[in-house]
Design a protein around this ligand. Structure first.
Ligand code: FES
Length: 161
């Protein structure tokens, strides 16, 4: 089973001090694990976190699978999550997804061979009044259009060149 190194354990313990119980820090702890593992939760971390938080593996897995923001498979350095729920769909979300599919040559669920981008179709990102929405890693882009996305892609490619 994987485990925190000394530095990350210190960070995790500090996070938990902000809450009455370790379990209440579950979401930030999972973010911490993802950050330390290139944006995803490799096998075994769910069990380690369950033990660390003194809860059940099922509870941790339930949380991981409930939220879009946790990934149990490797994702690209830039993980693009496109909302296509009805409000975003009515405001162009489907077109945004189609544009990204063409521009990146990816279908939802795929990662580019260079590991730079992954594309995912997601359900409501909880800001429907600012539709359409795309989330890239931790950042949310509101009322997003093709030009803004093209710039984001170009900038990411330049940074990684
Ligand atoms: S439907 Fe897209 S953010 Fe809610």
């Amino acid at each position: 089973m994987p485990e925190f190194n000394a530095k990350t354990l210190k960070e995790a313990d500090a996070l938990c001090e902000r809450y009455a119980e370790k379990l209440h820090a579950l979401l930030p702890l999972l973010h911490l694990v993802q950050r330390e593992n290139g944006g995803w939760l490799p096998p075994g971390w769910d069990a380690y976190i369950a033990e660390y938080c003194e809860t059940t593996l099922n509870h941790v897995r339930g949380v991981i699978t409930f939220y879009n923001m946790y990934h149990t498979e490797p994702v690209g350095k830039y993980h693009l999550m496109v909302c296509t729920c009805v409000p975003c769909g009515l405001c162009g979300g489907d077109g945004v997804l189609e544009h990204l599919e063409q521009r990146l040559g990816l279908r939802p669920g795929q990662t580019s061979p260079d590991g730079l981008f992954s594309l995912e179709e997601v359900q409501c990102l909880a800001a429907c009044d600012k539709a359409p929405l795309v989330q890239v890693n931790e950042e949310v882009y509101e009322r997003v259009g093709p030009d803004q996305l093209d710039k984001l892609i170009d900038d990411a490619r330049k940074k990684s060149a």
